[in-house]
Design a binder for this molecule. Sequence first.
Ligand code: DHB
Length: 390
Amino acid sequence: MTIRSIAAIAAMLLFAAAAPGHAQDTIKVGLIAPMTGPFAPNGKQMQTAAQLYIQEHGDMVAGHKIELVVRDDAGVPDNSKRLAQELVVNDGAKFLMGFGLTPIALAIGPIATEAKVPAIITLAGTSIITEKSPYFVRTSFTLPQSAVIIADWAAQNGIKKVVTLVTDYAPGQDAEKAFIERFKAGGGETVESLRVPLQNPDYAPFLQRAADAKPNALFIFVPASQGGVVMKQFVERGLDKSGIKLIGPGDFADDELLNGMGDAALGAVTAHNYSAAHPSAMNQAFVKAYKAASGGGRPNFVGVHTYDGMHLVYAALEKTGGDTDGTKLVEAMKGMAWESPRGPISIDPETRDIIQNIYVREVKRGDDGELYNMEFATFENVKDPVKAAK
Ligand code: DHB
């Protein structure tokens, strides 16, 4: 190597060190998402939406370059825990984000607390999670937020007898409890409560039992990306001809999968925080941009939660002037309010949980021939009712 080339390399290194966006100034956001396995569609929504946010808003915030680091946990909590540890300790990530299932969020809580790193929950929806670490901030939802609203709607719209069918883990139990209590208070009766395993679920025998009970409506909660399978088995058993109305939180009526469900989904009424048909200018632009970024697929609530999670990263860093102290960042996030593709949202300064509108929607065919959750009633600024009752 000549003296001249050594000098050239030294100059390049010096330039790189001084240039904005050098590794030292880079802030890593660790997105822990199921990129493989049964929940892979959720991982794709998270990654696409987070990247879209960065593409739209640039990758520089308060003088720092933002780098999204995506890690695939395949939806397995042991993986998520290991990945969170690696992201914080080896990669120096200043934010953790994602967490597709409640057990994953619960596994990551102690790591966030220990490392004092903000952990933004963009899917898991069990009420209690945010109480498990002062570094949790949630941009998704809680199941009771929508379960009580659909319970009121059902009781007030001639539905007397319901069977509930939920995935048998914490968010399903939260949804079931919130619905049953509220529906009973409104004069309704839940005649049977069915719980389906989270792993390798076969809904068919449960759907048959639900049909045999001859309810007016079937309340369904399954985690995001599983709605297509339930609807397929619902149709295979001929239940779409039974006159049983489908109701629930909107997780099963996923905007990404809805078109694949076909006419059987028509008339399903759900309460939820996001519809691809939400008629704001911001949402219309978001849906268009997401489709372009994903190769045609529609965004669903998982994508929107993550898009908003990235907003929280940007807005918190702007507020701290680029200070990455985790405690200061969480403080900055408390009380933050902004417009999301789903409508106006804010972070409850008391609980670090999300306050948002919950919409009641019905599946209808749109003018473009596609199926949509058409919003027809809005409940504004809904807090998690479980924490509100404490
Ligand atoms: C959870 C996961 C989901 O995909 C969903 O739609 C709701 C809740 C959860 O594990 O908390």
